[in-house]
Each structure stands twice: as structure tokens, then as C-alpha cells.
Unconditional design. Structure first.
Length: 93
């Protein structure tokens, strides 16, 4: 039983490490979006941050789901980017 668990863990690590090392997804709460154009501004700001690979901004939910490489970007860099664009944000737990 233990051996089996360990080999599964080893396999998972071997396959996961090369392609996905450092890839993180964070959901940012962006309460300042007040019209349908706002998400475009937020999306552009986030996409300019080096290391960001995917940005999905929802006006209805007032949130942005961002996929980024944590070797290049950080949650702090993402929230700063939205704040600089006029939309302060915070990471949702
Ligand atoms: Cu707007």
C-alpha cells in the first residue's frame, strides 16, 4: 500500500514538474468594475505583466482569474497592475 502510494507520487511529480513548474492560478476580487468595458481594461493590464499566460475577467462576478508563472510574476505584481490601471484588487483565498 505504502509503496504504491509512493510510486504514484513519484509519477505525478515526474509528469507534472517540467511543464507546470511554477504555474499558478489566482482569483482576484476586483470590486471597482462598474460597467461592461471595465473588464477589458483589467484584462489588458494583467496581460501586460510578464509571466501571465491566461486572464479571464468576469464583470458579473467582479473577479479576474489569472494563470501565471510564479517564477516571473507574483500575486503582488498582479494586484499592482490592476491598481495602476485604476482597479484595486485583492486575492481571494
Ligand atoms: Cu467601466
Amino acid at each position: 500500500m505504502m509503496t504504491r502510494l509512493l510510486s504514484i507520487a513519484a509519477l505525478t511529480t515526474a509528469f507534472a514538474a517540467p511543464a507546470w513548474a511554477g504555474t499558478q492560478t489566482v482569483t482576484l476580487s476586483v470590486p471597482g468594475m462598474t460597467c461592461a468595458a471595465c473588464p477589458l481594461t483589467v484584462k489588458q493590464a494583467l496581460n501586460k505583466v510578464p509571466g501571465v499566460s491566461k486572464t479571464d475577467v468576469s464583470f458579473d462576478r467582479k473577479q479576474a482569474v489569472v494563470t501565471f508563472d510564479d517564477n516571473k510574476a507574483s500575486v503582488a505584481a498582479l494586484t499592482k497592475a490592476t491598481a495602476d490601471a485604476g482597479y484595486p484588487s485583492t486575492a481571494k483565498p
